[in-house]
Design a binder for this molecule. Structure first.
Ligand code: DHB
Ligand code: FE
Length: 283
């Protein structure tokens, strides 16, 4: 039987990818952030997933405002890093697991989660930066990713966004679907985005460490409390793009409420974002 071995979460700021690709991780601005990633890489390696379900939002590479699936899932054999105007990141493509993807699609639909299916999908910083953070070397690089992937997309760009409780419930449904897969697979779930940040409007540059600390503590001790906070309060408290934290709730929903936090890292700021990271063991 397949099982979820852990849940990890991290912010997905594009400039973290640029810092890695341009080998800037020892520069004074970046060093404290990247020092905090070292332990996370050890944990990800020890969890040794066969497959990683990466919960992220597309920022206009594949999904534009004319058509925005609330939830989507990749079913491709390969996912290439896309060109977000800086050229594609110089990292290898990600190998998919179409058999697991189709199993998840069927099982989630049976549980009334009807996800848009992508049989072709290139992935943006929302996906590639977290993968580099957990599975790349100090500079986010690798010759070959040590895990296959299944991308899961969440709409965080166009109103209305899915509610926090719905995202947590999606995580719970993903767990049930994984546990119904007959093959012995170690599956990691990765939630991306957040923490507090706002990129636009009068509050561009807004960050709110007290909100982030509250969220990190509740994620560990009482994740259901986070599902009762209305989405609008995430935006007021953590900024518009801080609402990306709903993707952390998908990951957290896929493991026990009582699951153990192994590691946490928080750094203000990376670009316009308060950057957070957590690692949970499923058992
Ligand atoms: C930044 C953060 C994001 O989450 C994003 O998608 C784009 C930019 C930033 O802080 O620069
Ligand atoms: Fe983002």
């Amino acid at each position: 039987m397949a099982r979820i071995v852990g849940a990890v979460t991290t912010s997905h700021v594009p400039s973290i990818g640029i810092a890695m690709d341009q080998r800037l991780t020892e520069e004074p601005y970046w060093k404290p952030l990247f020092d905090g990633y070292e332990r996370a890489k050890e944990i990800a390696a020890a969890l040794a997933p066969d497959v990683t379900i990466v919960v992220y939002n597309d920022h206009g590479l594949e999904v534009f405002l004319d058509r925005v699936p609330t939830f989507g899932i990749g079913a491709a054999a390969e996912y290439r890093p896309g060109d977000e105007a800086w050229g594609p990141r110089p990292i290898p493509p990600f190998q998919g697991d179409p058999a697991l993807s189709w199993h998840l699609i069927e099982h989630l639909t049976a549980q009334h989660f009807d996800l848009t299916m992508y049989q072709e999908l290139s992935v943006d910083h929302g996906f590639t930066v977290p993968m580099s953070v957990f599975f790349g070397d100090r500079n986010g690089q690798t010759d070959a990713w040590p895990t296959r992937v299944v991308p899961v997309t969440v709409n965080t760009i166009q109103f209305p966004l899915p509610q926090p409780a719905r995202c947590y419930a999606l995580g719970q449904a993903i767990r049930r679907a994984v546990e119904a897969y007959p093959e012995d697979l170690r599956v990691l779930i990765m939630g991306t985005g957040g923490m507090s940040h706002q990129l636009q409007g009068e509050r561009a540059g807004f960050m709110m460490p007290p909100f982030d600390r509250m969220f990190l503590k509740a994620l560990r001790d009482d994740p259901l409390a986070l599902t009762r906070i209305p989405l609008g309060d995430y935006m007021k408290g953590a900024g518009h793009e801080g609402a990306e934290l709903i993707m952390w709730l998908v990951a957290r929903g896929a493991i026990d409420e009582a699951a153990r936090e192994i590691y946490q890292h928080y750094h203000v700021s990376a670009s316009l974002t308060a950057a957070g990271l957590t690692c949970y063991a499923a058992e």
